[in-house]
Design a protein around this ligand. Structure first.
Ligand code: OSB
Ligand code: MG
Length: 369
């Protein structure tokens, strides 16, 4: 595969509903959309999930643009790529970190590769599911009643799992109240690193509520304290922020830092690395699910493809486009029926980027040849 052109677009879309986590509130999503074009004129698409501010991890839209423009895109334009695996394994390997930037460019090449093979991205990755189960991530609200109302709507829509964002002061009482109304729904909590090991007792109090898991209670780069916490918690810990690589996953499994892992393609440096972590976790009986970063339909399509691999056995966060956006930038939009998304079978990501809508939300474009 020879790439003759890469187009970066800086997009800004308003979120339909503000999304609050322990680290802040998002009102809109600014992101980099990537289009790679081969010498025979086929386009591959992906988006960078880096946020505007370094609150989830250290990467930002600007650091991603810099790494893409000054390092990754020149490498891609200079080299003939036979398979997308070569990017993370060979060409990008000497550049430290910056996984979201690497994942974004690699993702676009994976889409292009699948289109050239005339297979779906799911199939190119070795996925075998024709449909995937999805849950929903519910941000911190102004009141418990408001949270209960949202759960009620999502339950009616058929979502398979309910994830509530928690932080100190918005945790045990919230979960207790929700459990009183809904004793049996598949429920979990995500702290986005809002606690320390000193909060062990408060976190252990959540053991009474039959949660599927507690996601990332401790520091965004910790696997030691999480191992100590998991040793005293009945509830499985799921790591999100702390797992950046296959090596992190190996060490976390060895230490017993978690019983479940959430894979975000961007956080671990792309689809090839996601696949490797998938295989390792499968070998060790660690169930996976696919996390979300408030993606547009382009990122959502990549999440759906990776979720079609067999060890993604728990519902992920890839909810319907309509929960996030007034209109998505792909056709058709991602729809969820009874908590289920059908994995597309047409070549590549299987959704068509809508150029008109993309242009409408684009603040700035740059082309590299
Ligand atoms: O609906 C989604 O896309 C996932 C929402 C979500 O939980 C999230 C959104 C932004 C940053 C981090 C997280 C997270 O999973 O921790
Ligand atoms: Mg999370």
């Amino acid at each position: 595969m020879k790439i003759k052109e890469v187009i970066l677009r800086h997009l800004k879309l308003d979120l339909l509903h503000a999304f609050t986590t322990s680290f802040g509130t998002e009102y809109d999503r600014e992101l980099i959309l990537i289009e790679v074009i081969s010498d025979d004129g086929i386009s591959g698409w992906a988006e960078s999930v880096a946020m505007l501010d370094p609150l989830y991890n250290e990467e930002t839209l600007k650091t991603n643009w810099h790494i893409l423009e000054d390092y990754l895109i020149p490498i891609l334009l200079k080299n003939e790529i036979r398979h997308p695996d070569e990017l993370s394994e060979k060409y990008f390997n000497h550049i430290r970190g910056n996984y979201m930037a690497k994942a974004a460019l690699e993702g676009a090449v994976w889409d292009l590769y699948a289109k050239k093979q005339n297979v779906s991205l799911s199939k190119a990755l070795g996925g075998n599911k024709i449909e995937i189960e999805v849950g929903v991530s519910i941000g911190i609200q102004n009141s418990i009643d408001q949270t209960l109302n949202i759960i009620e709507s999502r339950l009616e829509e058929g979502y398979k799992r309910f994830k509530l964002k928690i932080k100190p002061g918005w945790d045990v009482e919230l979960i207790d109240s929700v459990r009183k109304v809904y004793p049996n729904i598949p429920l979990m909590a995500d702290a986005n690193s809002a606690y320390t090991i000193q909060d062990m007792k408060r976190l252990a109090a959540l053991d009474d509520y039959d949660l599927m898991m507690i996601e990332q209670p401790l520091s965004y780069n910790d696997i030691i304290d999480h191992a100590n916490l998991q040793a005293i918690l009945k509830t499985p810990i799921c790591l999100d922020e702390s797992i950046h690589s296959l090596e992190d996953a190996r060490k976390a499994i060895k230490l017993g830092s978690c019983k479940i892992i959430n894979i975000k393609i961007g956080r671990v440096g792309g689809l090839t690395q996601s696949k490797k972590i998938h295989d390792l976790c499968q070998e060790h009986g660690i169930p996976l699910w696919c996390g979300g970063m408030l993606e547009t339909g382009i990122g959502r399509a990549h999440n759906i493809a990776i979720t079609s691999l067999p060890n993604f056995v728990l519902p992920g966060d890839t909810a319907a486009s309509s929960l996030y956006w007034a209109e998505d930038i792909i056709e058709p939009e991602v729809t969820v029926e009874n908590g289920i998304i059908s994995v597309p079978t047409s070549p590549g990501i299987g959704y068509k980027p809508n150029k008109e809508k993309i242009n409408k939300y684009t603040l700035h474009t740059q082309t590299y040849r």
